[in-house]
Design a protein around this ligand. Structure first.
Ligand code: NAP
Length: 253
């Protein structure tokens, strides 16, 4: 890559939350960013934030669990921004319930978005990384990968992503591609707000209760996760691969 060329990063689920903060952060690091989310119009805020700061970004509407939509999205990114060599698989949904009440469709939805979505996106993008002899994949796992009541589907998907990440690191390392997972603890976003709503708690009380159990005594912000992702996607992180980093304000394993 010449010094004047900009690397192209793809961030899924980037209309809001951790994905939006990551897209903004990677653009600030000089990457051209494809902001993917289900609803293309919903990506506008993230794109506007990036372009207002002098960065380059496009909005792309796609369901990451749909093979044809993923292929069309990546083709558009190649045409409009260039070949992507950084991929952050961040799109996610919750369908929490105790196992005996969990529907098959809630199981399938969660596994499809997190696992199938990360598989499809990585498969579509990796050929561009191989051609470039450089790539950075970051998958969003979760502290729930260690097990969490009411999240059989989500914890299985997030644990699955850790195995997926390690296998990518093994298979793709010889092409200059690294793969790592960031596993957040409690981060204040629409996702955790929805959980507060579901259990009938105000979001401030919910965050306060969570913070009291976290060693650093606060909940995380999307930028805390964007920082870790920026490290893994950096030019200097080429010898860091196949790792799972818990970013949770304290130790987890
Ligand atoms: P969020 O605020 O709910 O944002 C997730 C985004 O993903 C939404 O914009 C959502 O769009 C989009 N999305 C959902 N399904 C999609 C699909 N099939 N294709 C494309 N986009 C899709 O979530 P967040 O809290 O920022 O979480 C981001 C990631 O971090 C997720 O993978 C999550 O599991 C993980 N994580 C979060 C926490 C936390 O405490 N917040 C902790 C651990 C891990 P719609 O709004 O249209 O559904």
């Amino acid at each position: 890559m010449s010094t004047t060329e900009q690397r192209v990063a793809v961030v899924t689920g980037a209309a809001r939350g951790i994905g939006a903060a990551t897209a903004v952060r990677l653009a600030a690091e000089g990457r051209a960013v494809a902001v993917i989310d289900l609803d293309e119009a919903a990506c506008k805020d993230t794109v506007d934030k990036i372009t207002a700061a002098g960065g380059k970004a496009i909005a792309v509407g796609a369901d990451v669990s749909d093979e044809a939509q993923v292929e069309a999205a990546v083709a558009r990114i190649v045409a409009e921004l260039g070949a992507p060599t950084i991929l952050v698989n961040n799109a996610g949904v919750l369908r929490d319930n105790l196992l005996f009440k969990m529907s098959v469709s809630d199981w399938d939805t969660v596994l499809n978005v997190h696992l199938r979505g990360s598989f499809l996106m990585t498969k579509a993008v990796q050929k561009h990384m191989v051609d470039a002899g450089f790539g950075r994949v970051v998958n969003l796992s979760s502290s729930s990968a260690l097990g969490n009541r009411g999240q059989a589907n989500y914890s299985a998907a997030k644990a699955g992503l850790q195995g997926f990440t390690k296998t990518l690191a093994i298979e793709l390392g010889k092409f200059g591609i690294t793969a790592n997972a960031v596993a957040p603890g409690f981060i204040a976003t629409e996702m955790t707000k929805a959980t507060a709503d579901r259990v009938g708690m105000g979001f401030d009380d919910f965050k306060k209760a969570a913070a009291s159990a976290i060693p650093v005594q606060r909940v995380g912000e999307p930028e805390d996760i964007a920082n870790a992702i920026a490290f893994f996607t950096g030019e200097a992180a080429g010898f860091v691969s196949g790792q799972v980093l818990y970013v949770a304000g304290g130790p987890l394993d």
